[in-house]
Design a protein around this ligand. Structure first.
Ligand SMILES: [Zn+2]
Length: 164
């Protein structure tokens, strides 16, 4: 029987709570008490004797501040112009990028952004994101993108990347 792990979310205080699915007893852990490179999901044995698989995760809305270079194109533009951008923060559901001011970017447009993460694998991702916010910032635009149709591999790369 493949047991579905329960998910524990990491808080900003670098701790997380596991609630035993059997007796509902909560147990708080500090992230710093967990050995580096320990397995995820890991086995947790409750004092009541029940063993559970726990998957440690960053919160869906956790935004990692980054400074990554990238390029993007507007998906349905007939002329695919690659524009430079800087990724300012990234989460499991979207990211904020800065780019040079440009009149042809509108709310609701789909962008394809090629980004190289600063992880050990230097993962190259082409992330599809819909423009949800545009803020002019001097000669730049700050764009809020909401990811669309991430595949399981991209989701997994981001999940690991977003671990604090
Ligand atoms: Zn228990």
């Amino acid at each position: 029987m493949a047991e579905q792990p329960i998910v524990a979310y990491i808080t900003h205080q670098r701790s997380f709570t596991v609630v035993c699915p059997h007796c509902a007893q909560p147990q708080v852990f500090k992230l710093d008490d967990i050995p580096q490179n320990s397995r995820n999901p890991f086995k947790y044995e409750c004092p009541c004797g029940v063993c559970t698989n726990v998957l440690l995760n960053a919160r869906r809305n956790y935004r990692k501040r980054v400074n990554l270079g990238g390029v993007f194109t507007v998906a349905f533009e007939s002329k695919k112009i690659e524009r430079l951008c800087t990724v300012l923060d990234i989460s499991a559901t979207g990211m904020r990028i800065a780019t040079d001011s440009c009149r042809t970017i509108h709310q609701g447009q789909l962008l394809h952004a090629k980004v190289v993460l600063d992880n050990s694998l230097r993962s190259r991702l082409t992330l599809r994101g819909v423009v949800r916010g545009i803020i002019p910032d001097n000669a730049r635009l700050l764009l809020t993108l909401e990811f669309e149709n991430l595949n399981p591999q991209e989701e997994e790369i981001l999940r690991v990347y977003l671990m604090p």
